[in-house]
Design a protein around this ligand. Sequence first.
Ligand code: REL
Length: 821
Amino acid sequence: TGKLTVFCQMILRRLIAIFTLFSVVMAAISGRTDAFTKKNDSKEFHIVRNNSAVPIIFDKNDAEVVGICANALAKDISLITDIIPGIHNGEYINAPSAIIIGTIGKSDLIDRMVKEKKLSVDKIIDKWESFILEIIDSPLPNINRALVICGSDPRGTAFGIFEVSKRLGVSPWVYWADLLPEKRKELSLEIDKITMGPPSVKYRGVFLNDEDWGLQPWAAKNIDTDIKDIGPKTYALIFELLLRLKANFIWPAMHPCTKAFFYYKSNPQTAKKYSIVVGSSHAEPMLRNNVDEWKNNFVTEYGKQPGEWRYDTNSDEIKKYWEDRIEEVAALNLEAVFTIGMRGIHDSGMPGPDNTKDKVELLNKVIADQRKLISEHFKKSPSEIPQIFCPYKEALALYYAGVKAPDDVTIVWADDNHGFIRKLSTPEEQKRSGGSGVYYHLSYWGAPEDYLWLCSTSPSLISYEMTKAYQNGADRLWVFNVGDIKPAEMEIEFAMDLAWDINSWQPVDAEKYPEEWAAKNFGINYSGDIVKIKNEYYRLAASGKPEHIDKLNFTEKEMNERMTSYKEIVNKTMELKRRIPERVQDAYFQLIVYPVLGAAYLNEKHFYARLGKYEMSKQAYEKIKELTEIYNKKISGGKWNGIMCMNPRNRPVFDMPDSNSHNDKKELTVNKRKPIKIISVNELIFDTTKLCLLPGLGVGGASLSWINFTDRSFDESNALQAPGASVRLNLPKGKRTVELICLPTHSINETRGLRTAISINGRLVDIVDVNTPSKSAEWSENVLRGFSRTKTDFILDEDGMVDLHLSLLDPGLAISKIIIY
Ligand code: REL
C-alpha cells in the first residue's frame, strides 16, 4: 500500500502538473491574460485590468516583513504589467477590490474578518509559518472583493505573498538569475481557497560559504560598495530570495575575506526586518565568527589581545566573549539559533587536550557552560532557546566517544562534504526532544577535493539523502552549503521545495524536477529539452564532478564517450538558446549555458591533454575563459561582474594545460580485470513492494534501493527473506567474481551496515558490506568517482544458466551496477 500510495500521489501530481502547464500554454495561445485557466467565474480575481491595478492593503502594526513583502509583490505586479498597485498600510480604504494582507493577531484587518466570520483561519491558527490564500466577497466595509493573504505568523504571511507572486509567474530567482516574467496587459489569479503549511522542516536555509571568489567580490563591487563587503544591502537581497523560496534560516558568510556578520550592526537588523533566523556555522559557536572577531576585532572590542583559543586554559575570556554576543542577540530580540560546542578558530578540531577522553570531558563542559550562559542572559530555561550541535568532521568522532548533546538540543548531522550523510539518529536518539537536522553540501572546500565552481549535485541525490534523513527524524533544521549561491540556483530551489514539503518530490521522481522547473521558468516548449540536458549533465557528473576530473582515471574509450555525451548536450543547449525567448536569455545563460558548457569544456580540456591533443585542450580552456568573461561582463548589463570565477582557490584542475599533461599520473586505482558481463539494475527482477529503481541516482543512471528507509518488516536472521532482486545469467564454469557497484552512501547509523546477501542458485555465497568510514583512502576514491564497490568470488562447476540473487539487508544501500568477472 505504501508504494501504491506513493505511486498514486506521483501520478496525481504529474497529472496536475501537466494540466497546469497545458493551461498556461493554452492561455498563452488564445491570448488570454490570466495566469491559470479560468474554471469558475466567481473565483477569478482581477489584479490588473483596464490599465489599473487593485490596491494592496496591510495593517501598519503588522510585522515589518509583511510591508517589505507587500512592496515586493507590488513590484512583481508592475514587472509583469508595468502598472504598480497602490500600497496602503494605515487607513481603511474604499475600493471595489483589493489585495488584503495580514497576520493573525497582528493585523486588525485580518482579525476583523475572522471575527465577522468572513475568513476562517481554523486550519492555520497557532501553526508555524502557515498561510491561507482566499478570494472573499465583502471582506470589509467598502471593499467588495478581496484576494486575502493571511499568515499564521509573519513569515507565514510573507510566504503567502510570494506564493501569489509565484502563481502570477514570478520566479523566486527574478533578481538572482534574471528570470523575468512574461509581460501581460491584464493579470488575474484564479484560486480556490488555498491553505499551505506548516512546512515539513522547521528551520530551512542556506550557508553562504567560500564566498572569496564570487559572492564577496561581487557584493563589494556592485551592492555594498560603501563597505566593499557582503553587508546589509546584499543580505537584504539574499533574505528576500530566502523568503521567496519559503526558507527562513541562514548561516552567514564567514570566511576571512568577509567581516563577521555582527560587525556591521545593520546586518542582524536586516535579518530581523526580513524575519530571517540567524545561526552560525559548525565552526562558530555562539554566533561568534572567530576568524574575524577573535583574531581581528578583539582588541577594539576588549582593549587587549585575546589569549589562547583554548577552553581548558582560557575559559573566562572565551566565556565573556560568548556572553557578550548572547546579550547583543537578546537586546536586539533577534530570532537566532545558537550553535553550541567548540571547534578550532576556523574549520579545525578543538585545541586543547590530546587524548579523546579529556577532549570529550572538555567539550561536555563547554556545552554545559554555554547553556548556563544562555539561560542566565535570556532568563529562560535553556530548552526554550533554539540550539544546535553539529558533529561535523572530527566532532562526530567525539560524539561517538561520549560528547552529550542535551536532550532539547537539535543534533544537526552532516554529510561527508560530498553529499552522503554520515549518520542519522538511531531509534534511541530519535526520542530526544530536540530532534535532529542535516547540514548538507552543494558546494565544498576541502579534502579530498573541492567543488566550488559549478553545482552538479542532482535533485535525485538530494532527494535520496534528505528523504532518508527525514524518515529518520531529521525535521528540525536543514542547512545547505550553497557556496556563492550561483550557479546552484535550481538545486537550491529543489532543496527548499523539499524542506517545505517532503512529499513534493520522492526519490523515485526527483529526476523530473528540472522539467517542471524549466516549464515554469522558460516555458513548456523548452522544458522537455532542458530536462534532458540537465539530467545528462548530472549523469556525467555522477561519475566525476567537473572539479574532480583531473583526479580520475578513464580509459581512452571512456574519455571519448564522455566527450561525445558532453558534445551532445552542448549542441542541444546552444540549439535551444537560439529559440529561448529574448526576455530569459540572460537567465538561460546563467542557469543552463554556463554550467553545461563549463562542465563539458573542463572535461575536454583534461581529456584532450591526456590524449596528447594539446591545442584542442588549450582551446577548451580558452572557451571556459570566454564564457566566464561573458558571465561577468556581458550578460544582464554587467550586473554579475565578479560573481563567477573559473578557478576558485586556483586548484590545478582549472589550470591551463601544458604540453606534458598527457603524462599526468592519476591517483585512483585502475580496474585491470576484464568483465564478462555488466548488468544494469534495469535488468533485475525485484520485490516491488519493498524495493524500487531510482532513476538519476548513481553511476549507472539508476540505482536499486529500499523504498522505505525505516522498514523493519523482515526477519534479519534470515538474509534470504530480505527484499531481493534476481537475474538469470549464462556464465562459463570456473572461478567467478561478482562485484557490486553502489552509491557511496554511509549506513543510516551505527546500528546498521550497507549489507547485501549474495546467493547463487539459491545458495548463500556471502554477505558483503559497502559501508566505508569517512576520511579513509577508499572513501576518498569513492566520493570522487561516485561509487563504492565490493567483490565476492564463487565457483561454477559447469557452464550454463545461473540464478544470481541479491538480498538488500539495509536501508540506504543503493546498488547502481553489477559486474561479473
Ligand atoms: O564546508 C564546510 O563546512 C567547511 O569546509 C567550511 O566550514 C570551511 O569554511 C571551508 O570552506 C574552508 O575554509
